[in-house]
Write a protein that binds this ligand. Structure first.
Ligand code: UDP
Length: 374
């Protein structure tokens, strides 16, 4: 007997939305379900006081992949937002990512040669040749002072682990530049979808059947019976009811406030890089969209979110996979189980337990489409 749908897509986040959109376009019958009352997964934006609030953390779209950029442009116009977060270390403000403004503020150096010499001197003093963890990687890239003031506290708050126990790749996400350039990303294309991410994902899912408030794992048997194939974008260990143990994730909690002033911090993101401040960063959402020159003439209020990191425990929302060695080994065990589930394809940050950026999620979903839908 033929089933009602070719594909059941579990999760209406970016991975699920890309796959559903492409599958529907190629004539497949697709049903998308999501446990939450809304689409868009963790890129969901909610309208508060006319501001698109990034409910599950700041998302700045950036990519070097022309294919991905062209693909996503079908669903939204992107503004020209450039991410340039500010670091606040006990009231000292530094430019991010690490660049000549940062080096000048830290050491008073003026030229790239002076900055490079300072970093080299600190790297040598620390005795690092082959960096084996995040701490050594950070010191070898930017020296001890920047590590101590701008990296150590922030990273240990965000990941809940000492920097010596974290993989070096996490810090390599940040550029180090010997130029006066505060652009956080080395990406050719960058911006925020005008109208918010929710509208963008709604455009992707136009014409696709979506059922919200539907918990796949709770109703697995009856939902599986609806489709020939399942594309599952939830946490891989949850799929197997944690049979091999819990994978580690970091969770994030936001305290969001509407303030009766047009401008709270003058920037979309301020990172609190000391260990003592309990939040990691404060996001002021209006600056993603309105441009820094409006000075509240358009909107007298502002919305801010303080972001707090914690270790994930059952019942929390998982945000970041902890891609260290131990969890890598456990993930591979889950991967073997996943390979035996012939009816199910696992994808996305949670399904593949990978610290994917949005563009990489889209690229990986488009890859799957190529293999699956041709
Ligand atoms: N990081 C840091 N200080 C900062 C910003 C970032 O040490 O002010 C480090 C930290 O280890 C973090 C990593 O860089 O986990 C990656 O930061 P990114 O902003 O890419 O993280 P995301 O936005 O994905 O949370």
């Amino acid at each position: 007997m033929s089933r009602a749908y070719d594909y059941l897509v579990v999760g209406a986040g970016l991975f699920g939305a890309v796959f559903a959109e492409e599958a529907a376009k190629s004539g497949k019958k697709v049903l998308v379900i999501d446990r939450r009352p809304n689409i868009a997964g963790n890129v969901y934006t909610e309208d508060i006081e006319g501001i698109h609030v990034h409910k599950y953390g700041a998302h700045i779209f950036h990519t070097n992949d022309t294919k991905v950029w062209n693909y996503i442009q079908q669903f939204a116009v992107f503004n020209r937002f450039t991410n340039s977060p500010v670091a606040n270390y006990h009231g000292e403000l530094y430019s991010l990512p690490f660049n000549m403004y940062t080096f000048n503020r830290m050491w008073g150096v003026i030229t790239p040669e002076e900055a490079a010499a300072k970093i080299e001197e600190q790297r040598k003093a620390a005795g690092i040749t082959e960096p084996r963890n995040l701490e050594e990687q950070a010191i070898s890239l930017v020296g001890t002072d920047i590590y101590e003031k701008l990296i150590k506290g922030y990273t240990e708050k965000q990941w809940g682990r000492p920097c010596t126990e974290l993989p070096a790749f996490i810090i390599k996400r940040l550029p180090v530049r010997y130029t006066f350039d505060n652009n956080y990303f080395n990406a050719l294309y960058q911006g925020i979808p005008v109208g918010g991410y929710t509208a963008m994902v709604a455009n992707m899912l136009k014409g696709v059947e979506v059922r919200l408030n539907t918990d796949y794992l709770k109703h697995k048997a009856e939902l599986d019976a609806l489709a020939d194939q399942v594309v599952y974008t939830g946490a891989i260990d949850a799929y197997f009811d944690y049979a091999l143990g819990y994978l580690a994730y970091r969770s994030v909690r936001f305290e969001t406030e509407v303030l009766d002033k047009p401008n709270f911090q003058g920037n979309a993101a301020v990172n609190y890089t000391d260990r003592e401040t309990p939040w990691t960063r404060i996001i002021e959402h209006k600056w993603f969209e309105f441009g820094k020159d409006s000075e509240g003439r358009d909107l007298p209020k502002t919305v801010i979110s303080r972001e707090y990191s914690s270790e994930w425990k059952p019942g929390d929302e998982p945000y970041y996979p902890v891609n260290d060695e131990k969890n890598g080994v456990l993930y591979q065990e889950y991967r073997k189980l996943a390979d035996q589930e012939k009816q199910v394809i696992f994808g996305g940050r949670l399904g593949e337990y990978k610290y994917y950026d949005m563009d990489k999620v889209i690229a990986s979903a488009l890859d799957l489409c190529r293999r699956e839908l041709s």
